[in-house]
Unconditional design. Structure first.
Length: 247
């Protein structure tokens, strides 16, 4: 299934959950705070801008934001919150699409595990190179990404439940040879029927991500376990990595 088929009108309409989940202030505010700091007074470009969860509050902080997004329904949802003059969006793939005036952004960011939506290593490397094309000397590329939890897989099994709560089960199935995982999100009530949303990913180890960055001319500036700057350790489930081009 293609990514533009996954992120369709139904998903776009139900994507925003104001004040809750990934839109909760305790999740969103530290993200926006850190990105505004890293933009350092310059322009920002968001790969896979989606419905503007981060771009809208970042623009409200005074950071000029441009987006790249392949899903027209997601852009349509963004347009209910910000017009094209406020947040311009280029329709296209984050690995290849070019925003206006490349080489002028101080910050490119790609968050909430979205680089894993690119399903080959070559596409992921191309994404780094696309970020480099858009950045001015000394510019930064920020990636938020989960750490693969392959070591939690029981021997001989390919699936793992990573979340279970009332009305929801999150289940991942792994293909460790290709570094592929499919996330299954089951939502159900008291009736027999359940709804499922599936999304395929290619997971990336932090060291592999660093090598991709080097191939595109970046150096690792910092890596933390979250947006508040917690130490990244062997037990961290995700990371925020900041890469920088030479001055």
């Amino acid at each position: 299934m293609r990514q533009d088929e996954i992120w369709d009108a139904e998903i776009a309409q139900g994507y925003d959950t104001p004040g809750a989940g990934m839109f909760a202030p305790e999740v969103l505010d530290p993200t926006v705070d850190r990105l505004a700091e890293l933009a350092d007074g310059g322009r920002a470009l968001e790969f896979a801008i989606g419905t503007g969860r981060v771009a809208v509050p970042l623009a409200q902080r005074g950071v000029p934001v441009t987006g790249i997004e392949m899903s027209q329904p997601m852009i349509g949802q963004l347009r209910t919150k910000a017009d094209d003059a406020t947040i311009p969006v280029v329709v296209g793939d984050m690995a290849t699409a070019t925003a206006d005036a490349p080489d002028t952004f101080q910050l490119v960011y790609l968050i909430y595990n979205t680089i894993s939506n690119l399903l080959t290593q070559a596409e992921q490397v191309a994404c780094f190179r696309n970020a480099a094309r858009h950045l001015a000397p000394g510019g930064r590329f920020v990636i938020e990404l989960w750490v693969p939890e392959v070591r939690k897989l029981p021997p001989g099994q390919q699936a793992m439940v990573w979340k279970s709560e009332a009305g929801y089960i999150g289940l991942d199935t792994y293909d460790v040879l290709r570094q592929h995982v499919v996330s299954h999100h089951f939502r159900f009530g008291e009736a027999r029927e359940a709804r499922v949303f599936r999304s395929p990913h290619r997971y990336i180890w932090p060291t592999e991500l660093d090598l991709m960055a080097q191939l595109a001319g970046f150096e690792l500036e910092s890596r933390h376990a979250d947006w508040q700057g917690a130490e990244f350790t062997a037990e961290s489930r995700s990371h925020v990595s900041v890469y920088r081009l030479p001055q």
